[in-house]
Write a protein that binds this ligand. Structure first.
Ligand SMILES: Nc1nc2c(c(=O)[nH]1)N[C@H]1C(S)=C(S)[C@@H](COP(=O)(O)O)O[C@H]1N2
Ligand SMILES: [Mo]
Length: 203
C-alpha cells in the first residue's frame, strides 16, 4: 500500500492548526477526566499520567487540508490502558473528547482502543509545546489529524455518537484518510454507527 493517503501531499513542514484561542495550561493544573458510561470515573493529573506505562511511537500525521507530515515521533501512554482502568460499560460505543479552550471531537470507542492511540506528552523527544497541545494531547494516527485533540481535558463515553466541533461543521463523522472521509455526504448513518461500534474492538 502507498505510504501517503489519496489526495494528500507530503510536507517537511509541520504546520500548527488551532481553531480559536490557544489555551495555556501549566502541567500542574492539567487534569484529565474520564467519565460517562464507565464503571470507575477517573481524574488524572500530569504526574498520574507519567506513572503509567509509557509508549514511544513514530507515525505519519494527515491533516484534512491535505498536508501530511511523515515520521512524527511521539511519547505518551495508551488511552486503552486508561480505559481498562475506568472499565467502559457494555453500552459505551462512542466518545466525545473535550479540550481546554472548548474544542471537541467525536470518536468510536473502538478507534480509541487501538494500540497506537495515545495521550501524548512528548514530541520529538521534548515536552509537547503549548501550541502543539501541551501538556497533553490525543494522538489518533489512523484518522485525520482533527481527531488528535490538543489540550485534552475530558473523555466522555456515550451510548450514541455525539458530533464534535468540525464534525458538526460538515466534516465526516469518522475521518479515515485512506477512504478520504473528509466531508459528511448526507446524514450521519446513526443506526449503522451504533451497529459497527458494537463489534468487538481489535486488540
Ligand atoms: N483543541 C484543539 N485540538 C486540535 C485542533 C484545534 O483547533 N483545537 N485542530 C486539529 C487539527 S485540524 C489538526 S490538523 C491538528 C494539528 O495539530 P498541530 O497543530 O500539532 O499540527 O490538531 C487538531 N487538534
Ligand atoms: Mo487539520
Amino acid at each position: 500500500m502507498d505510504r501517503v493517503p489519496p489526495g494528500q501531499f507530503v510536507t517537511e513542514r509541520f504546520p500548527i492548526l488551532t481553531y480559536g484561542e490557544e489555551p495555556r495550561i501549566a502541567p500542574e493544573d492539567w487534569r484529565l477526566e474520564l467519565e460517562g458510561l464507565v464503571e470507575t470515573p477517573l481524574t488524572l493529573t500530569y504526574q498520574d499520567l507519567l506513572a503509567l506505562p509509557q509508549v514511544e511511537l513514530t507515525r505519519d500525521f494527515h491533516c484534512v487540508t491535505r498536508w501530511s507530515r511523515l515520521d512524527v515521533a511521539w511519547k505518551g501512554m495508551r488511552v486503552k490502558d486508561l480505559l481498562e482502568e475506568a472499565r467502559p460499560k457494555p453500552e459505551a460505543v462512542a466518545a466525545l473528547v473535550e479540550c481546554y479552550g472548548g474544542y471537541t471531537t467525536n470518536l468510536l470507542l473502538e478507534d480509541l482502543l487501538r494500540d497506537d492511540v495515545l495521550l501524548a506528552h512528548t514530541l520529538f523527544g521534548k515536552p509537547l509545546p503549548p501550541e502543539r497541545g501541551g501538556p497533553v494531547r490525543l494522538l489518533v494516527p489512523h484518522l485525520y489529524a482533527w481527531k488528535s485533540a490538543k489540550w485534552v481535558r475530558r473523555i466522555l463515553l456515550l451510548d450514541h455518537l455525539e458530533l464534535g466541533f468540525w464534525e458538526r461543521m460538515g466534516y465526516h463523522w469518522r475521518g479515515d484518510p485512506w477512504k478520504e472521509e473528509r466531508f459528511q455526504e448526507g446524514p450521519v448513518p446513526a443506526a449503522r454507527i451504533r451497529f459497527q461500534a458494537l463489534k468487538k474492538p481489535e486488540r
